[in-house]
Each structure stands twice: as structure tokens, then as C-alpha cells.
Design a binder for this molecule. Structure first.
Ligand code: OGA
Ligand code: MN
Length: 301
């Protein structure tokens, strides 16, 4: 695949270029995206230079995996705050006890027993909080308790997918805007329906279908399960376009699948990735608990 070859070569060159420039070590996890980060303790305060290096590494690798972390919710919130404003969850059930900006992500039912759980929206491809006027820059997800195996998370590269589209198609897509809706997203994923409060807190917004990543200047597809239809088009025609593009953009060659290890904190770039949880574990038997913080980003342009 041409894409993979090009990325591989560039990854090699970039690693050489930044060696010594970052106050941590970044080891690529796949030719497409992702790097393991060693030598960064998210429980300790970090300097502005380290923060900038993390953002630089995120622009480069899209997914960063900090190994062997030991984080209380408060420490995770403090670390996340270095990168920008934290987002509360629209779903008030998912505002963490004690530290409301830390969202519990798990497969527990009302009685704290393993089940399909309440986070089923996470099993559809999406980019976090695209239904907000200022959607997320990055999400930080920290593994608290993992099933014996499985419970992976997949990431799809919307920059690589866009790059593979024919030039004429890119031109056609350029002017389009998609509506994103918390309410519609919940319906599509089979989650409990949005409450009146939630609809008031997160009314639908529209964003460009093709956005320019503010950190790299590269164009990416911006869609996912929160997107509902194309502005100015009949709803069904827009739904069909979103379906078609998303099916294209989530093919194997655009995906990195993360297999969690205890102590992992994964940081991903919501501006250029779709992601989803993978239901590859026995959900009614094993517990999977993660803590999530979300950094607000810029207006997509
Ligand atoms: C999220 C999310 C995926 C997972 O926390 O935003 O989509 O694998 N999580 O739990
Ligand atoms: Mn998510």
C-alpha cells in the first residue's frame, strides 16, 4: 500500500529528527499511527516545554500510549488541564464522583455488575464531542481495570483516508458541512434517548466535512456517529454520503487497534481520528473500567 510505505518512511525520518528534542522517548506502534511514550509521568507536574512536546508528538503520531501510569482521577484531571479546558459530560450520569470532569467509562449496570453497560455509543465509530460548537482536541483514557483479554480500542486515520480519495471527489466534498447531534447519535447507537436537559445543553451544530487540522495544516474527513446529515441536502441523501465515506475511511489499512495493558493512558487526537470500543470480551462476565478526560479544541475550519 502506497499510504503505508510513505508513512513508514516519514515516521523513520521524524523519529530521527526529534530524538533528543522531546523530554521523553516515543516508539512508533505501527507504520500508520500511534507511539508508546516512555519517561513521562502524568502524575507529576509538567513544564510548558514538556506540554508542547506532547502536543507535537500528538500531531505526529495521533495516538500516544503512556505506559505504567498510576493516576488518581484528580491527577488525571490536573495533567489534562495542562492541554486546555476540560469538558464536562453531556450525560450527567457520566460526571465522575468527586472530580466531575473525569468520566467513568465502563461496562457496569446499575448494580455495578458487568453487563453490556451504558457506554454503548462508544462501540460506533465517532470523534468525541463533535456535537459541540468547539469539539474535542484530545481525549485521555486511563485503564483502571481491564478484562483478561480483549476490550480493545480502534482508531481510524481520517487524514490518511482523505488523502486516498480521488482529486475530483475531494473537490466535491470541500464545500459540504455536516450536522452533528447528540440526540441523533444516541438514536443511531441504540442508547437511551436524549433527555430534554441534554438536548438543551447540546443542540445540533454543523462543522465542515473536510477540516484542516490546526496542528499539521493537513486536510481530514470529519464525520462519525455523531454526524447526522449534510447541511442543505435531503436528510437521506446526506446519511447515504456519511455512510459511504465512513465505510471507506474505516477500512483496515486506515486502522490502528490498541490492546490495553495495565497502567496505560492513551491520548488520542479527535481532530483527525475516528475511534470505537471493540466488544471483543465477555461483557457480562468481565469488568472493564477506564477514566476519561476530554480537552476542548478549536472551531473546526
Ligand atoms: C471514549 C471512548 C472507547 C473505549 O472514552 O470516548 O470512545 O474503548 N472509549 O472505551
Ligand atoms: Mn469516544
Amino acid at each position: 500500500m502506497a499510504i503505508t510505505d510513505a508513512t513508514e518512511t516519514q515516521a523513520g525520518a521524524d523519529v530521527a529528527a526529534v530524538q533528543g528534542a522531546w523530554p521523553f522517548e516515543a516508539k512508533p506502534l505501527s507504520p500508520l499511527m500511534g507511539a508508546e511514550v516512555f519517561g513521562l509521568d502524568a502524575a507529576q507536574p509538567i513544564s510548558d516545554a514538556t506540554r508542547d512536546a506532547v502536543l507535537d508528538a500528538l500531531n505526529r503520531y495521533k495516538v500516544l500510549v503512556l505506559r505504567d501510569q498510576d493516576l488518581t482521577p484528580a491527577a488525571q484531571a490536573d495533567f489534562t488541564r495542562c492541554f486546555g479546558e476540560l469538558e464536562q459530560h453531556v450525560n450527567r450520569e457520566f460526571r465522575g464522583a468527586g472530580v466531575p470532569e473525569v468520566h467513568p467509562v465502563n461496562n457496569l449496570d446499575e448494580n455495578d455488575k458487568p453487563a453490556r453497560g451504558r457506554n454503548i455509543g462508544n462501540y460506533s465509530w465517532h470523534t468525541d464531542k463533535s456535537y459541540m460548537p468547539l469539539p474535542s482536541l484530545a481525549t485521555l483514557l486511563y485503564a483502571v481495570q481491564l478484562p483478561p483479554d480483549g476490550g480493545d480500542t480502534e482508531f481510524a486515520d481520517m487524514e490518511a483516508a482523505y488523502a486516498e480519495l480521488p482529486e475530483a471527489r475531494k473537490q466535491d466534498l470541500q464545500p459540504l458541512r455536516l450536522w452533528h447531534s447528540w440526540e441523533r447519535s444516541r438514536e443511531k447507537s441504540g442508547s437511551r434517548h436524549a433527555t430534554d436537559q441534554e438536548k438543551q445543553d447540546a443542540p445540533p451544530v454543523n462543522h465542515p466535512l473536510v477540516r484542516t487540522h490546526p496542528g499539521t495544516g493537513r486536510k481530514v474527513l470529519y464525520l462519525g456517529n455523531h454526524s447526522s446529515h449534510v447541511d442543505g441536502w435531503p436528510v437521506e441523501r446526506g446519511e447515504a454520503l456519511i455512510d459511504e465515506l465512513q465505510t471507506f475511511a474505516t477500512q483496515d489499512q486506515f486502522i490502528y487497534r490498541h490492546t490495553w495493558k495495565p497502567g496505560d493512558m492513551v491520548i488520542w487526537d479527535n481532530r483527525c481520528l475516528l475511534h470505537r470500543a471493540v466488544a471483543n470480551f465477555e461483557m457480562d462476565k468481565h469488568v472493564r473500567i477506564l477514566n476519561r478526560t476530554v480537552v476542548r479544541g478549536d472551531l473546526p475550519v
